[in-house]
Design a protein around this ligand. Sequence first.
Ligand code: SAH
Ligand code: SF4
Ligand code: F3S
Length: 445
Amino acid sequence: MKNLFIKNFGCQMNLYDAGRIADLLGKSHDLTPVSTPETADLIIFNTCHIREKAEEKLFSELGRMRKLVGGHDAERKVIFAVGGCVGQAEGEEIFRRAPYVDLVFGPQNYHELPMMLNRLLYGEQKIHAVQATATDKFDHLPETGQTGPVASVTIQEGCNRFCTYCVVPHTRGREWSRPVADILAEISVCLAHGAFEVQLLGQNVNAYSGVDAAGVPHDLALLIRQVALLDGVGRIRFVTSHPADMNDDLVAVFSEVETLCPYMHLPIQSGSDAILQAMQRGHSVEGYREWAKKLRRAHPDMALASDFIVGFPGETDNDFQDTLNIIEEIRFDHAYSFLFSSRPGTPAALMEPRVSLDVGRRRLAILQERLNQIQRQNNQNQVGKREEVLVERPSRLGDGMMSGRTRGNRMVNFQGSPEMVGQRVQVDIVEGLPNSLKGCLVGKG
Ligand code: SAH
Ligand code: SF4
Ligand code: F3S
């Protein structure tokens, strides 16, 4: 065994996990990551269960792998493993639909991969191993191999919120916070590897409640204050936040901690109280409005991002109009919006009346068009500003263009050169597009 190919689906937490899996198997089996499955000895699909579409895509990709991994009766040449959230939720279904899969695991037990791999190498035919909660996973992972200007570090796993549409509490399990010292140690390694920005990850980081070495509980605000004290941290961000777990301290850190970026991904999902209630979000529209106001008061450049679900069971034209009203009012800087997807085992899957696909799609199109217009207007309001941009990579636009982000998390493309990756540059914003800004380089630092 030499080469490892990981195909990643889903959220930033999955991306983080894929990195840790590569660290782990690099150490245990000396596997080297490769960018195509054709030359791999071990293929891992790290999967997402959040919406039906994500799952459909996975099953079609699984089908395409059949030839490559040799069919299930053929002598095994390649080991094929499916991990992540579909692995956790639908293990049996994966073996049924793709019998050439050798191993199914979940997001909370990938630290056992070296042993599971050995079991397969010594003749075991199929392994189905999942675990409901993160308890000791992080204790069994080697030092992070993450490099690059932006480091992502998981601080919290799972979710106890049980929004009625969502599979995450079932796939990632109950909420669990990593101890403060572990998080700080991992961030320090990333900083030594050249990171400037640190992203703290979790499905609901606002519920973070880890302890330090002395056993003192820390909430997210306190953790941020500690991270800010590490030498070399230039920017701090966190995703994702639940409005019902907001607190005033978390607002205060935005005015007090200079390295904390003025950006918050605080999904509202709907502008209607009736729908928020049916979703069991645990907050009202008015409650959200208050937090948005406080956050914008705490930092003049505060950028707010949100997620939306349209076509939730029972959503009327009036409910949808309320969602359109709230986006006019809050004017989000960035947003993701989705058509409700019925997920097996969630309460919303059984709720009535259902919104027809036609109506749902129409509402989604209307919402997205308006969100985009607002986003473009917000981006146009950035024109004329001088911004610090952390350069991440050459832009997909080519032609010597480079891409990076402002402290408000806005993507900026500007004429530069590849050796700028990892540096901070000053850029004058000259154009605001729906999803990005165009800038003009003025200097470094
Ligand atoms: N933990 C995060 C979000 C996790 S999933 C949070 O609570 O903010 C990311 C987004 O996917 C959610 O915010 C929601 O908008 C969307 N989503 C989750 N389940 C969905 C479903 N069943 N159908 C449609 N969208 C869904
Ligand atoms: Fe899902 Fe709600 Fe938890 Fe977010 S807060 S992961 S939407 S259950
Ligand atoms: Fe998907 Fe699991 Fe993330 S369901 S969104 S990969 S937590």
